[in-house]
Write a protein that binds this ligand. Structure first.
Ligand SMILES: *[C@@H]1O[C@H](CO)[C@@H](O)[C@H](O)[C@H]1NC(C)=O
Ligand SMILES: *[C@@H]1O[C@H](CO)[C@@H](O)[C@H](O)[C@H]1NC(C)=O
Length: 463
């Protein structure tokens, strides 16, 4: 099933992958950096000696402090690029251009927005800049994208858009086609950002054009249908002090920014509101304080609320609106972070783990005949369900005993160090970003297109 949508060359590379293991990861792009690859030409390259070469240096990625809008940022990058091309002294990768034209990018980079997609965009931006690429950013619409594409049509390697893009791609007069030879080629312009690894392609393009921020499966980053890029908290994690659990107060953190999350259906709200008060009467939990930081706003997700009025949780101290520093301090001083069912695939549990704080991950549904089959679990954090204590406690929704046991175990068997998911280091994100930019997408698109045409598909756009 999963190979149906991959080109033949991709399938071959993927199967070679499994036994050549990590050596085959190494491919050298013209600039000498190691690139992961899905295309077969990886295996033509003699990498044995090259792998001993020192890694090329990373460029600094931060933007000038006085920049207040993305136009100013772009103007400066364009000037730098034109000047270096003129003077023939561009640094490594500078002449390769990435257009990141989706609202998230200016919001994250210029306005400092750090929601899930913002965290992800920042990680990709950092990796691209560290590798030396010229990254231009903008909004999701076509005009601005097209104007920037026209400046450097051959140098633009990939164009990243949000999952919601307008109809230009459906229009042969807009995209590159037989009737519009100078339109933007779809294989270049259609990398769409989907935070969640959900499967949906657009007509006539492979799943690899969907890039995503997190996973449902463990160890399938390279073999999955879609393209995992991910984000990294490595810096934040390294800067954090690990506080041994016996020095922490008897305190647990409830993950929720909105009280509405305690008032959804019994599927979406994993634990009865009474659990927090009741748990305080259990052995070893008499001193436990439950804390959280959430808003009480009955308008939030109004249509989903099952029991009104939306109110604070009894037995939980609400710190209200807190900043990232306080949040981080609270996590480092908690015994466990408790999920209530939503938000799904939130970045916050990774921050808890890298403070050495375990996460209680509610399992919202499971196969009743094989309740231990994790592949069938739908959990709040569907990637972390693959981890076990002392880092992650997977607890079935509405299982009060399991809920209490997890908290008790987090006290008796706490983590003794921080945890960073290996695919989420800065270096791993950088490698995947480099592959995104360096892969020969045109040839992958061509293979895919030919397969589809052989199956009877018609294409209104050209490569
Ligand atoms: C080709 O597409 C671009 C937009 O992508 C548009 O500006 C241009 O007018 C189109 N040309 C033709 C001949 O349709
Ligand atoms: C939660 O527990 C209380 C008290 O045990 C009970 O009355 C209530 O119906 C439960 N709520 C849900 C949604 O199960």
């Amino acid at each position: 099933m999963s190979s149906r949508h991959l080109s033949r060359s991709t399938i071959i590379s993927l199967s070679i992958f499994s036994f050549l293991a990590c050596i085959t990861f190494l491919k050298f792009s013209p600039n000498g950096e190691n690139v992961l690859s899905w295309t077969t030409d990886t295996f033509d390259i003699d990498f044995t000696l090259d792998t001993l070469k020192p890694k090329p240096k990373l460029f600094s990625w931060e933007i000038d402090e006085d920049i207040k809008d993305h136009h100013t940022y772009n103007e400066r990058e364009i000037t730098k690029l034109r000047t270096c091309m003129n003077d023939n002294n561009c640094h490594r990768n500078q002449e390769k251009v990435v257009l990141a034209f989706a609202h998230t990018w200016p919001q994250a980079i210029i306005d400092g927005w750090r929601g899930g997609e913002g965290v992800w965009a920042m990680s990709m931006f950092r990796a691209m800049r560290e590798l030396g690429y010229t990254v231009l950013i903008g909004m999701n619409g076509w005009e601005e994208t097209l104007a920037h594409y026209r400046m450097f049509p051959d140098q633009v390697k990939v164009i990243i858009k949000s999952a919601w893009i307008d109809d230009c791609i459906k229009n042969p007069a807009c995209i590159k086609s037989d009737i519009n030879l100078t339109g933007i080629p779809r294989w270049k312009c259609e990398f769409s950002m989907n935070f969640f690894p959900d499967e949906h392609t657009r007509f006539g393009l492979d799943y690899k054009w969907i890039i995503h921020a997190d996973r449902h499966f463990k160890g399938q980053e390279e073999t999955e249908k879609l393209q995992y890029i991910g984000y990294s908290f490595e810096d934040e994690c390294k800067n954090r002090e690990f506080i041994p659990h016996k020095k922490r107060p008897m305190s647990s953190w409830i993950l929720a920014k909105q009280a509405t999350l305690f008032h959804l259906s019994t599927v979406e709200t994993a634990f009865n509101k009474s659990y927090f008060e009741l748990a305080g009467q259990e052995t070893g939990l008499e001193e436990m304080t439950f804390k959280g930081a959430y808003q009480v706003n009955g308008e939030y997700m109004k249509g989903w609320i099952h029991d009104s009025p939306v109110e604070s949780l009894r037995g939980v101290i609400n710190l209200g609106k807190i900043g990232p520093e306080r949040f981080s301090e609270e996590l480092s001083n908690s015994r466990i972070m408790i999920g209530v069912g939503n938000p799904t695939l939130s970045p916050s549990p990774y921050l808890a783990l890298c403070s050495g704080t375990p996460f209680l991950n509610p399992i919202k549904s499971w196969d009743s005949e094989n309740p231990n089959d994790r592949s069938k679990w739908v959990s709040q954090h569907n990637y972390l369900k693959w981890l076990d204590p002392p880092y992650v406690y997977n607890v079935q929704a509405h299982d009060y005993e399991g809920f209490v046991n997890a908290i008790q175990s987090s006290i008796s068997h706490p983590p003794t160090k921080k945890y960073i998911d290996p695919p989420m280091t800065l270096n791993e994100v950088r490698k995947r970003v480099e592959r995104l930019v360096e892969t020969d997408w045109k040839s992958i698109a061509k293979d895919y297109m030919q397969e589809k045409i052989a199956e009877g598909a018609t294409y209104t756009w050209t490569l």
